[in-house]
Write a protein of this length. Structure first.
Length: 212
């Protein structure tokens, strides 16, 4: 009972996908949910980010999901090259996050692309109304890389401000979703209730099968 409640809390975001809404937002971080645009459907790896239309739809939803952390950007048409760049970043992030999940560390060359995106912005010193100083990170001329920049920023936030021990791959062997565990007890094992249920029914099946 307690267990199922925990998973409900952990997964009160978009649970499953369907034809109208092929995207899942279970990662708890924008960079993780870019990675999660590839997932397993009926045993097969499905890629939901193939065309400019896919990218437009995903980014619209991502902005709604992460409205607290990303500044809303004007909707615009994506070019094929921009989709390719987004897919390259996704692959780079998957490699990086999966390495961290397994080894709890990463190599310098795995963060090079993130750094080249973060170079598109810089810290600016500002003076508030009461004369107080503050530092703000401002984007410079992004040349159409606003989305990539926002994702790189989310990845940096995850890597530097969060507990990396809470970054997990779903324990369902037939799932490839990555997520950041925000549960108080830090014991979330599955990306969703669906995966948790699948793991449980498999366990029950094995127990029944092995029963004398
Ligand atoms: Zn899962």
């Amino acid at each position: 009972m307690k267990e199922s409640k925990r998973h409900q809390n952990a997964s009160n975001q978009k649970e499953t996908s369907d034809e109208r809404n092929p995207f899942i937002f279970l990662g708890g971080n924008l960079a993780l949910d870019l990675v999660n645009t590839e997932y397993i459907v009926r045993g097969k790896r499905a890629d939901r980010l193939l065309t400019p239309v896919d990218a437009t739809q995903w980014w619209e939803m991502a902005q709604q999901m992460y409205s607290q952390t990303i500044q809303h950007q004007e909707s615009r048409a994506w070019s094929e090259q921009q989709v390719s760049a987004l897919r390259r970043l996704r692959q780079m992030l998957r490699d990086l996050f999966e390495t961290i999940v397994v080894h709890h560390q990463a190599h310098e060359n795995q963060i090079e692309e993130l750094n080249s995106l973060l170079r598109l912005g810089s810290y600016m010193l500002e003076i508030g109304p009461e004369g107080n100083f503050s530092a703000h990170y401002r984007m410079r001329d992004l040349q159409g890389s606003e989305v990539l920049f926002s994702i790189a920023w989310a990845a940096m936030d995850l890597l530097t401000k969060q507990e990396l021990g809470r970054l997990h791959a779903c324990q369902n062997k037939r799932c490839m979703v990555l997520f950041y565990d925000t549960t108080k007890s830090a014991t979330r094992h599955w990306c969703s209730i669906a995966c948790s249920n699948r793991a449980r029914s498999l366990q029950n099946y094995r127990q029944t099968k092995n029963a004398p």
